[in-house]
Ligand binder design. Structure first.
Ligand code: ADP
Length: 580
């Protein structure tokens, strides 16, 4: 080869000998032969060693993924308890100071979850375990919404976020809106974080390539900027410009590394131009496909007609999920193991009851896990039509599509927000079999939400109490709704009659009122007293009494849904989104 392995010596014994050319050639060949035998032996050894090293590396990668999966489970399980319980505490009447403390606890829990998600995301991408979704979304709405979510922080710092989406054409696309959201959120939040005056300009455009479309998103700020020497480093994990930045601004230094991985995964890239003191401009590109323009929204369902089976071995999780669902009126049956779940299903058949409308299964359970239970259910004639939701605290390490293949309709990493859970149940239970649904995931749900129109909802508020009138109006205005007030049921009927059908999107109806109460008013509206065009208008009861009998009375009176007082802003928001 290209080096010396050793020296081969030939000596004559006896009289002096002059080596001939052919003897020299012979010796050279001998040396080459010995050398190549020796080298091939070495190669063999090296190859052996490489094989061993490869196996070791693969083992290490598997061990790492397993470690992450376990950690993710271990961290998410208690987080589910913490967040779920905080959500429930928030629903109770609280004094102002306690309310504030709960809000702080909730926001801290969310930031902790953010950090955990970052670490997991990064490791998942590194291990090649990120699966992209391929669903329709409206890029204009998506980017608008992300910018809007950051607008408050920006406003507080006195900087402005400017959106330029003129060249974003077409805007109905197909791809992974959840991952795109992650990249854009990160870039905008960095831009806001490192800018103290001026503006952040977010512009998006579409570039047509040979096969597909390239979504191009630029985020330009007038902030502190980054020196050239540091620019390339930023995309490596855990790197920040310097330690003082971390102290001043916080952060894990993982954001840009994840953005880079995600862009590359979507066949795009991320780049940066910056000048210290003047500002930075990050450009991210991602491959997408053209989508179809189609109105798709989250359907409205009457939760109180829904029988849900929840299977989870963890008691806290069972409590959280059943209370979350119960709050919206669903009838929840709990099972602490797969065995018990099967018994409960068998019981329903024995008692001639219809099968559960939907079952929510936990993945990690002793004896029989969620996947095995799914296989058993799908193999049984009586149970196989029941839609199944996989809920796991192993954040996607297994790959969502695998669940879809064995028969799950939805896949949710824990902790699950109530809004997501309800939306998923609505989508699944009201889907008809003519159009197959993709696997319902949080990403899919939020893509549905974004397709809603942004004209304000027109709401008829029927309420006699002046304080409640004031509070509810303020909340509704905060939610960008137009409010018209009626003092009692009779006035509500009069107001509806004076308007065309379709003018009001929703009626919020108090129950106890003078002249005509909410129950009678609803019955009269359903009978056509406010005109035929208002017979089917959506009516949500506002009840002060959270007793089950009271809720039943609302539904029996013909109302579509109910909200318990005191009204919480986020629940009101969810309800309005659900019906509007
Ligand atoms: P972090 O979570 O710490 O923000 P990132 O990976 O998102 O992690 O960013 C890494 C570092 O890059 C930041 O700590 C900051 O020093 C620098 N950086 C990112 N974006 C900007 C920006 N728009 N202007 C100035 N510096 C930035």
């Amino acid at each position: 080869g290209d080096g010396n392995l050793g020296i081969l010596c030939a000596e004559t014994v006896g009289a002096k000998h002059i080596w001939t050319q052919s003897e020299e050639t012979y010796l050279r060949s001998l040396a080459t032969l010995v050398g190549s035998t020796f080298a091939s032996q070495k190669r063999k050894e090296t190859a052996e060693k490489l094989k061993v090293a490869l196996v070791q590396a693969q083992d290490a990668a598997i061990a790492k993924s397993q470690f992450l999966a376990t950690m993710s489970h271990e961290i998410r399980t208690p987080m589910n308890g913490v967040l779920g319980m905080l959500e429930l505490v928030e629903l109770e009447p609280l004094s102002k100071p306690i309310e504030k403390k709960v809000a702080i606890a909730k926001s801290s829990a969310h930031s902790l979850l953010g950090v955990i998600n970052d670490i997991l995301d990064f490791s998942k991408a590194e291990a090649g375990k990120v699966e992209l979704e391929h669903i329709h979304f409206n890029a204009r709405d998506l980017i608008g919404e992300i910018a809007e979510a950051q607008a408050f922080t920006a406003q507080e710092k006195g900087i402005e976020i400017i959106l330029d989406l003129v060249s974003l054409e077409p805007s109905h696309l197909m791809g992974d809106p959840g991952r795109i959201r992650q990249v854009v959120t990160n870039l905008i939040s960095n831009a806001v974080k490192f800018t103290s005056q001026g503006e952040v300009v977010v512009s998006a455009s579409i570039e047509k390539t040979d096969q597909d479309l390239l979504l191009n998103i630029k985020v330009k700020d007038s902030g502190i900027g980054i020196t050239e020497a540091k620019q390339q480093q930023l995309f490596t994990p855990f790197s920040q410009v310097d330690a003082s930045t971390t102290r001043e601004y916080g952060g894990t230094g993982l954001g840009l590394a994840i953005c880079k991985q995600l862009c590359e995964l979507m066949n795009g890239k991320i780049s940066l131009a910056s000048e210290p003191g003047k500002g930075s401009e990050f450009t991210a590109t991602m491959q997408v496909a053209e989508g179809i323009e189609k109105e798709r929204t989250i359907p409205n369902i009457n939760m109180s007609s829904l029988n849900v089976l929840v299977v989870d071995d963890n008691e806290t999780n069972r409590l959280v999920i059943s209370q979350q669902l119960g709050h919206w009126g669903a009838n929840v049956t709990l099972a602490s193991s797969a065995k018990q779940a099967l018994e409960l299903c068998a019981q329903r058949i024995e008692n001639d009851q219809p099968m559960f409308d939907i079952a929510v299964l936990d993945m990690q359970m002793p004896e029989m896990d969620g996947m095995e239970l799914c296989k058993v259910l799908k193999a049984h004639d009586d149970y196989k039509a029941m839609p199944l939701v996989m809920m796991t605290s192993i954040a996607g390490m297994e790959g969502a599509q695998r669940y879809s293949k064995i028969g799950f309709q939805a896949y949710f990493p824990k902790p699950v927000t109530t809004a997501d859970l309800i939306s998923a149940l609505s989508v699944i239970t009201s889907s008809d079999s003519t159009e197959p649904l993709p696997l319902v995931t949080p990403g899919y749900i939020s893509s549905l939400r974004k397709e809603k129109s942004d004209t304000p909802a027109k709401i008829l508020l029927v309420e006699d109490n002046p304080v409640n009138q004031h509070v509810s109006t303020l909340m509704l205005k905060k939610l960008n709704c137009e409010v018209i007030l009626a003092q009692n049921g009779q006035e509500a009927i009069n107001t509806l009659s004076e308007h065309n059908g379709g003018y009001f999107d929703l009626v919020l109806m108090d129950c106890q009122m003078p002249v005509m109460d909410g129950f009678d008013a609803t019955a009269n509206i359903r009978d056509g007293m406010a005109g035929d065009e208002h017979k089917a208008i959506k009516i949500i009861a506002l009840t002060a009494n959270a007793m089950d009998s009271d809720k039943e009375r609302c539904i029996n009176a013909g109302m579509d849904d109910y909200l318990t007082k005191p009204i919480q802003l986020d629940i009101l928001k969810e309800k309005i989104e659900q019906y509007f």
